[in-house]
Design a protein around this ligand. Structure first.
Ligand code: PGA
Length: 259
């Protein structure tokens, strides 16, 4: 089985002007970011994509967007197309984030369409899925994960799935300071991997599944030890260089063998 390379993705959300983003990247360089054994993706606001991409040109840190429209281009005032994101130098795009689903009303069907379009435009998707607190309390976690991921996978090839990252992000853990427990994360990641295996038996073992929801320097080590966790999608704690670097170090310090 191919060893799964850990990944730490920052989700800056609607924070940081291009100038502030640039200062962050400069600070990352000054503090000597060590990329040994880990992939780093900075998912930044649209207005920073080009500048951050250029600032990182010689490094191995990758850049991603946080959303996109599904159309190649068109009369969609205020929207951003996959072609624009790609030509800004980004290689990744977060799709299906719970803030898109719950604040902006994005539906499963629309997210499926966006993921298909991202891949058609040579962008790798970070596919976010996760249950609300009510759904967890109702015992619906697995059915929610199946509902969110199943239709996406129907439209993907093995190669598509192989280049995607799945982010398990329980809605109740995002931005709340309450992370899911290691046991909850292990169960959810195990179930997601089974869902992937059902559709793509050859891909499941190497599929990267990351956790997101109140990850910080204090809990990253413990969460990274959890079987089936291949890294993190980090919101709040990615906004300062020091805490982001500490999370990266916690991931590097955890030596797993692809289980
Ligand atoms: P958080 O956000 O780390 O601030 O909880 C995670 C996310 O929204 O991806």
């Amino acid at each position: 089985m191919k060893q799964r390379r850990p990944v730490v993705a920052a989700n800056w959300k609607m924070y940081k002007t291009p100038q502030e983003g640039r200062a962050y990247v400069d600070e990352l360089g000054i503090k000597g970011l060590d990329l040994e054994g880990v992939d780093i993706i900075l998912c930044v606001p649209y207005t920073s994509l080009l500048l951050i991409g250029e600032s990182l040109e010689n490094g191995e840190v990758e850049v991603g967007a946080q959303n996109m429209h599904w159309a190649h281009d068109g009369a969609y005032t205020g929207e951003i197309s996959p072609r624009m994101i790609k030509s800004s130098g980004a290689g990744w795009v977060i799709l299906g984030h719970s803030e898109r689903r719950h604040i902006f009303g994005e539906m499963d069907e629309e997210i499926v369409r966006k993921i298909r379009s991202a891949l058609d435009h040579d962008l790798s998707p970070i596919i976010c899925i996760g249950e609300t607190l009510q759904e967890r309390r109702n015992g619906e976690t697995l059915s929610v994960l199946r509902r969110q991921l199943g239709p996406v996978m129907e439209t993907l090839s093995h190669e598509d799935m192989d280049r995607a990252i799945v982010a398990y992000e329980p809605v109740w853990a995002i931005g709340t300071g309450v992370n899911a427990t290691p046991a909850q994360v292990q169960e959810a990641h195990g179930n997601v991997r089974k869902l992937v295996a059902h559709r793509f038996p050859a891909v499941a073992g190497s599929q990267r599944i990351i956790y997101g929801g109140s990850v910080n320097p204090d809990n990253a080590g413990e969460l990274m030890e959890v079987e089936g966790v291949d890294g993190f999608l980090v919101g709040g704690a990615s906004l300062t260089v020091d805490s982001f670097i500490k999370i990266i170090r916690a991931v590097q310090a955890c030596h797993k063998n692809g289980t």
